[in-house]
Write a protein that binds this ligand. Structure first.
Ligand SMILES: Nc1ncnc2c1ncn2[C@@H]1O[C@H](COP(=O)(O)OP(=O)(O)OP(=O)(O)O)[C@@H](O)[C@H]1O
Ligand SMILES: [Mg+2]
Length: 403
């Protein structure tokens, strides 16, 4: 009796001290977690990696390598996909600005597609593939979400939005020649990576100013690469036409649907001219001979007035005329009517950084002949066949005096 009575207060004390130690360790743990991972970050981490409802084990292979966003997280981040958060709406669906719990800004693209055409497994496999393609001149796909009828892609947000806003949109940002040259070179490098250096060959199909995003330092990043993989072949092709981007489309793709890297190279040529002139490739409000940019550029070249193509604001600011002219000649090369005469992106990059011989005699680009364009029965196909090959071209030479 005496022994058990003396043991009782001792074990009570032991129990009390033990609980105190455990409590202390718990508080310490919570403090460390709170200090090093902010609560928002923790929540975002949990919701990002949450399995999509009904995920089978086979799918979890993909989920180990990509971030899966909970639909609720994206709803919250975009203020319930509020119209104030709408960044724009392209051929593949609307894009919303969002802010995650940890403060990271994202661009959420709600794909407008028929889910029956691609199962979850295929969707996640494509997302995984695109996520694996990374380059400093490509927009990063952070992850995705598939919820009910919705499929969403989550991209990093680019602070300076897309190039179209600056070239002919509402933005009043001015880009000097140095920045424009860096943008042209960056796009060329991004395309070179997609065409030649990444582990899978990707033809972008929709190179245009709105698909060039600019980061906080105005470094360009190509967006929307690989998007066509989520759509059936014919639909992806149509989306480009509906988005009104035919002015960028290479003749062989527009007419015969022949798709190769060379179609992107043609679009790149159109984009370079847009960047230098600061205007849209097609503008029917302009006097008739100026309406189609590649055609107008060539006319000016023939008259030795190519300098008139250059954005007057940029001229005022000061340009390196020789560099600008060289860049326009490179664009002419990209715009060749015959796909095999357009140089690959690696050569274009080399020309832009002057690692290979400069272009001395630009050759006539592909564009519709005005007389023929009025006659609807004559297609671009027929007109491109009439174009002189650069080998027999009577192009004026560089020795012509420039203004
Ligand atoms: N990652 C991003 N960061 C910032 N803004 C973006 C981002 N992605 C898209 N946007 C903005 O959203 C707009 C709409 O993009 P979206 O890709 O849907 O349309 P588009 O580029 O005009 O056409 P397409 O569907 O043919 O690509 C863009 O013009 C751009 O301003
Ligand atoms: Mg786009």
């Amino acid at each position: 009796m005496q022994t058990s009575a003396s043991k009782q207060p001792f074990s009570g004390l032991f129990f009390f001290l033990g609980s105190l130690v455990i409590l202390f360790i718990l508080v310490l743990l919570i403090f460390i977690l709170w200090k090093f991972f902010k609560p928002g970050k923790l929540r975002a981490l949990i919701s990002r990696t949450a399995k999509p409802p009904g995920t089978s084990d086979a799918l979890s292979v993909h989920l180990r390598t990509i971030s899966y966003f909970n639909f609720h997280t994206l709803e919250k981040a975009t203020n319930n996909f509020h119209s104030n958060n709408l960044l724009g709406c392209g051929g593949f669906g609307p894009v919303f600005l969002g802010k995650l719990g940890d403060g990271q800004l994202i661009a959420v693209k709600k794909l407008s597609l028929d889910k029956s055409q691609q199962g979850d497994r295929e969707f996640l496999a494509e997302v995984r593939l695109i996520t694996s393609i990374q380059h400093k001149n490509l927009v990063r796909l952070l992850g995705c979400c598939s919820d009910g009828a919705q499929r969403l892609l989550v991209y990093e947000y680019m602070k300076n939005r897309s190039l179209d806003q600056i070239l002919y949109g509402k933005s009043n940002i001015f880009l000097n020649w140095r920045t424009r040259y860096q943008i042209i070179l960056g796009i060329a490098r991004g395309l070179q990576y997609l065409h030649e250096d990444s582990h899978i060959r990707i033809v972008h199909r929709d190179i245009k100013a709105s698909n060039i995003l600019l980061d906080d330092k105005f470094q360009p990043r190509i967006g929307d690469f690989g998007l066509a993989r989520f759509f059936p072949e014919d639909q992806a092709y149509l989306s480009t036409a509906f988005a009104g981007t035919l002015g960028y489309t290479a003749p062989e793709y527009a007419i015969r649907g022949e798709l190769s890297e060379k179609a992107d190279i043609y679009s790149f040529g159109v984009l370079v001219l847009e960047i230098i002139t600061c205007r849209k490739n097609t503008d029917l409000s302009l006097p008739s001979e100026m309406q189609y940019l590649p055609e107008y550029a060539w006319k000016l070249y023939e008259r030795s007035r190519l300098i008139d193509l250059v954005d007057p604001k940029m001229q005022e600011d000061g340009i390196l005329e020789k560099d600008v002219m060289q860049t326009i000649y490179v664009a002419f090369l990209c715009l060749q009517p015959h796909a095999n005469l357009r140089p690959p992106m690696s050569e274009i990059v080399a020309m832009l950084v002057r690692k290979v011989a400069l272009v001395e005699t630009p050759t006539r680009p592909a564009f519709l002949d005005r007389k023929q364009r009025k006659d609807e029965k004559i297609s671009w196909d027929a007109t491109t066949d009439c174009f002189p090959s650069p080998l027999q071209s009577d192009s004026p030479s560089l020795s012509r005096p420039q203004k």
